[in-house]
Design a binder for this molecule. Structure first.
Ligand SMILES: Nc1ncnc2c1ncn2[C@@H]1O[C@H](COP(=O)(O)OP(=O)(O)OP(=O)(O)O)[C@@H](O)[C@H]1O
Ligand SMILES: [Mg+2]
Length: 230
């Protein structure tokens, strides 16, 4: 049994997960909670090293299972080094993507047998399941357009300094650069998980203004977590 709360944000590219994770963290901090904000893939020094490999747009063709094992390895370290200690210390842990992204990207829309991913999830996540998962839902076209705008935003470096090796914010990562059909499938996958696990998941409409989405997220946190006796 953990002492804190574990909240994850899930959803497609550009849906507003990172924006909302930060807003929720600020609001919880202002309300006096200890908050740890983290992300996947990554979140611990070792897992961030794996993230750089996993998202490298120049990666050679490789085995989908090998890739899933890298995600699993990163998650095992992230849980051990960051998430579980923070929960044990009573923090609200907010994680920008977690195991639902694996289920959807590698399983539902990807090429790894869902039963293999289920087995990995059991081994790695164990009892550290999210108390609440916010699925930020948005049509794939809109999310991709937002992500593209972000890529084209004034960069910190002059174009001449950019290299093909630079990761996101200057270049789309390997998943962002997949086609529209892939992203439509991702959306379906997240909605399907939310439908199958309504106790854990809340869907929020990511097309509304950031303020409106944040209000909906806060309502979910209040009603799902803070009214529950533990
Ligand atoms: N509700 C919103 N309305 C309009 N634009 C938004 C909204 N929320 C976020 N944005 C903008 O859309 C872009 C993507 O938002 P954000 O980075 O939060 O999405 P994300 O889900 O974390 O994306 P990714 O999956 O690529 O990490 C950003 O430029 C952000 O400022
Ligand atoms: Mg993000």
């Amino acid at each position: 049994m953990t002492a804190g709360w574990f909240i994850t944000f899930e959803g497609g590219e550009g849906s507003g997960k990172s924006t909302q994770a930060k807003r929720l963290a600020d609001r919880l901090t202002a309300a006096g909670h200890d908050v740890t904000v983290t992300r996947e893939p990554g979140g611990s020094p070792f897992a961030e090293r794996l993230r750089a490999i996993i998202l490298d747009p120049n990666l050679e063709k490789h085995s989908p299972l090998a890739e899933a094992l890298l995600f699993a390895s990163a998650r095992a370290d992230h849980l051990e080094q960051v998430i579980r200690p923070a929960l044990a210390a009573g923090h609200v842990v907010i994680c920008d993507r977690f195991s639902d992204s694996t289920r959807v990207y590698q399983g539902y829309a990807g090429r790894v047998e869902p039963r293999l991913l289920e087995a990995l999830e059991l081994i790695i996540v164990q009892q550290t399941k999210p108390d609440l998962t916010i699925v930020v839902d948005i049509p794939a076209e809109i999310g991709l357009a937002r992500a593209a705008l972000r890529l084209n935003a004034p960069a910190a470096q002059a174009p001449s300094e950019r290299t093909a090796k630079q990761p996101r914010s200057l270049l789309a990562d390997r998943f962002e650069s997949r086609g529209l059909d892939f992203h439509k499938k991702l959306r379906e996958g997240f909605l399907e998980i939310a439908r199958l696990e309504p106790q854990r998941c809340v869907i929020v409409d990511g097309q509304r203004s950031p303020d409106d989405v944040a209000r909906e997220v806060w309502a979910a946190v209040e009603s799902r977590l803070f009214t529950e006796a533990r």
